[in-house]
Design a protein around this ligand. Structure first.
Ligand code: PAF
Length: 283
């Protein structure tokens, strides 16, 4: 498996691939890969001749220094896991921050037409500017035909679609379904840091989302929000940060339901000091 640690080496490879009309898929990651990532990689392998998997813990998208320091870094393990999907068709891009940002580790200011102010945007200052900055750079370096993102970060997915549209970047953005453990917990690199007691409690998040979906069939958004808030208020260890029912397109909270719109419920929960997010389509 080819592993590039420098931008210029990947750019050279991409130039060669393009000259041979070889299609490129990109799966951007921050490493600590799990089967959720591998599912994105497999979807990319299915539709592209070559798949570039970037592994880069992007400093500009962390508003919390401790979270950045504690973020798991497991490059060798990640490479071994990727080999189980393909040894020949995957190129790993694992640059250093200096290679990506030179000496200026700073995010660009973006406007995503208001998508950035909802939900995660209210709790993670500057997060989406950081995501926009790195994803735009990765798209410019890897020049993929298709790029793959999980729906667990649904707001991020909508923001990346907006980024590509606004900056006229020629790539298809593909949103992939959420991968879950057998007990329903959405797969995340953060799960490996959960203490056993919290890991055991965490499936409550998806269980509550599923009940919220059922309730949304007959109740108003407001009633469902109240019900979910109450469930978490009673929970002995999980702490709800937010639960919102929003329009799936513009991510604005729902005031009154209408039949021709699609809605999603979004949740962020603290399990000790680990922040978990999840979401579900409601209709
Ligand atoms: O979803 C992630 O892991 C990151 O936000 C991404 C898209 C790789 C950008 O750093």
């Amino acid at each position: 498996m080819t592993v590039h640690k420098h931008k210029k080496d990947l750019e050279k490879t991409v130039l060669e691939l393009k000259s041979k009309n070889i299609s490129i898929g990109l799966v951007p990651t921050m490493g600590a890969l799990h089967l959720g990532h591998i599912s994105l990689v497999r979807q990319a392998l299915d539709k592209n001749d070559v798949v570039i998997v970037s592994i880069f813990v992007n400093p500009t998208q962390f508003d919390n220094k401790k979270d950045l320091e504690n973020y798991p870094r497991t490059l060798n393990q990640d490479i071994e896991l990727l080999k189980t999907a393909s040894k020949e068709k995957i190129i790993v891009f694992a640059p250093t921050a200096k290679d990506i940002y030179n000496s200026n580790i700073q995010a660009t200011d973006f406007s995503f037409d208001g998508l950035e102010y909802e939900m995660e945007g209210k709790f993670r200052d500057g997060h989406f500017d950081g995501v926009g900055t790195i994803v735009k750079r990765l798209l410019e370096i890897a020049r993929p035909d298709n790029a793959y993102f999980g729906k667990k970060d649904f707001q991020q997915l909508q923001i990346i679609k907006k980024l590509v549209e606004k900056h006229k970047i020629p790539v298809n953005i593909i949103g992939c379904e959420i991968e879950r453990d057998a007990d329903g917990l959405a797969k995340s690199s953060r799960n490996m840091r959960l203490k056993p007691e919290y890991r055991e409690a965490a499936p409550f998040i998806y269980k509550t989302l599923k009940s919220a979906k059922v309730k949304f069939g007959t109740k108003s958004a407001n009633e469902v929000v109240k019900w979910v808030t109450k469930q978490f208020a009673k929970h002995p260890i999980l702490k709800l940060e937010y639960f919102i029912i929003a329009n799936a397109q513009n991510l604005k909270p729902v005031k009154r339901k209408s039949n021709n719109k699609s809605y999603r419920a979004f949740i962020a929960v603290y399990a000790d000091d680990i922040r978990l997010i999840d979401n579900i389509a409601l209709n």
